[in-house]
Design a protein around this ligand. Structure first.
Ligand SMILES: N[C@@H](CCC(=O)N[C@@H](CS)C(=O)NCC(=O)O)C(=O)O
Ligand SMILES: [Fe+2]
Length: 431
């Protein structure tokens, strides 16, 4: 069971047997990272058996399954997080240890602690061929735009800063305003992390975008506008969503003309992020107003398709329609095969680390809601699954804020803000 020490905190190794886990604990490791998808070969224990063995041996366990051609920045960040947050030394494995070392080396290079030119020699010095890591970095550097994701574990949402390295201009997509429904507290932790990134990189914000009026969290658009002065925008069909919820909330004062945003995009509208061309596609189905932003080679598809192992978004909210969602997804799948797709949620199937980036090719090949499925079969499976899903816990909280571009309700005479809930207005009670 050879283990190769890389740093004080990190070692890598080939596939251990479950019996080896106690020995790893005895060697002083605190955490095992498994970077290997299940079912690569017969002899492999698999994540459930490894997690159990780690637990029995008193080790923490993190599952970050990757294959060499499909490593994404999310995997690299998840790997760094596992190493940084471990209570002691970490041993990471895949089949041979190569992928584990690649995740480390890519992270070091992305954060400026290693040069791309030194990656191959670094691997060789430890007995590994990680040319693929150097190639990953070269390809990443050539990409426009730069996409940085911010995962909010409370709502499983992915927020993005999309920037143009040539001009340092950027757009923020789907910022989250924190809300704790038990105490009623709001906070700006997510949005402030985004603003800190923007200020560190000396970016200037051109757009504050939402892909749709979210049903599971508050939008930070209004707060971000206050802090940056940049214009807010959303798809123009948000006015239909406003009309729908105006009735549900019995809210005569709600303006339903979209005037709460600085710009309402029509299907096919174009705009720029710095020097990069961006285009708006309507993608209704999950909500009436959903849009996809295609910025350079990156498409922000939010709640249409999730990661290939996560299927698709639900289509049972007021104004939602599974058939419409199917057609929206088909239009997205007509984008070039290597378009990078960035999703808006990741619910971490099988407890894997969060991921958010895929490609058209990967969706077509591996998403069980899409690959080899007809429209009728999709509508049937979506409808069946949606019947089993409880309403998002914040849907009634969120819509009254999000149909006003993330503005909280105006304070009452005592200076406090209040939310209002209709009773017995939605189906989908989970008793
Ligand atoms: N448990 C989450 C569920 C949120 C939810 O329903 N998310 C939507 C996107 S806004 C979805 O498509 N979920 C798909 C699924 O849960 O399978 C909550 O209560 O907030
Ligand atoms: Fe959503």
């Amino acid at each position: 069971m050879p283990v190769t020490k890389i740093t004080e905190r990190l070692s890598v190794m080939g596939q251990p047997a479950v019996e080896d886990f106690r020995d790893l604990k005895a060697q002083g490791f605190a955490t095992v990272v498994n970077a290997r998808p299940d079912h690569e070969d017969q002899a492999q224990p698999g994540t459930h058996a490894e997690e159990q063995a780690a637990h029995d041996a008193g080790l923490s366990y993190v599952y970050i399954p990757v294959t060499t051609p499909t490593i994404t920045q999310a995997d690299v960040r998840a790997f760094q997080k596992a190493v940084n947050e471990a209570q002691g030394p970490v041993v990471a494995h895949c089949k041979s240890g190569t992928r584990a070392l690649m995740l480390h080396a890519i992270g070091e290079a992305l954060d400026g602690r290693m040069r791309t030119d030194d990656v191959v020699a670094f691997g060789r010095d430890h007995g590994f061929d990680i040319v693929a890591a150097a190639n990953w970095l070269t390809k990443d550097a050539a990409r426009r735009p730069v996409v940085e994701a911010f995962f909010d574990a409370h709502t499983s949402s992915v927020q993005y800063v999309v920037s143009d390295p040539a001009t340092n201009k950027c757009a923020i997509i789907d910022g989250v305003l924190d809300f704790d429904e038990k105490s009623g507290a709001t906070a700006t932790r997510n949005a402030d992390a985004i603003l800190a990134y923007i200020s560190d990189r000396k970016l200037s914000v051109e757009w504050i975008l939402d892909t749709h009026p979210h049903a599971d969290h508050f939008s930070a658009a209004s707060y971000l506008k206050q802090r940056t002065g940049a214009p807010t925008a959303i798809g123009e069909r948000v006015v239909d969503v406003q009309r729908l919820w105006k009735v549900i909330y019995n809210w005569p004062e709600l303006a339903t003309d979209g005037s709460q945003w600085d710009r309402l995009f029509a299907h096919g509208d174009t705009f720029k992020v710095g020097s990069i061309d961006a285009k708006v596609m309507f993608s209704p189905g999950h909500t009436l107003a959903s849009v996809t932003y295609v910025i350079g080679d990156a498409a922000f598809v939010h709640d249409t398709v999730f990661m290939p192992d996560g299927g698709t978004a639900r289509a049972d909210f007021p104004g939602a329609d599974p058939r419409m969602l199917w057609h929206s997804i088909q239009a997205i799948l007509e984008l070039p095969e290597d378009t990078r797709l960035f999703t808006g949620h990741d619910y971490q199937p099988n407890g894997r680390a969060p991921r958010w980036e895929s490609t058209i090719a990967a969706q077509k090949q591996a998403n069980p809601h899409l690959a080899g499925i007809t429209e009728e079969a999709f509508v049937a499976l979506r409808t069946k699954r949606d019947r089993t899903l409880p309403m998002p816990k914040l849907i009634l909280h969120a819509l009254q804020v999000n149909v006003r571009a993330g503005r909280l309700p105006e304070p009452e005479a005592n200076g406090k803000r209040y939310l209002k809930f209709p009773l017995d207005a939605l189906d989908g009670a989970a008793w």
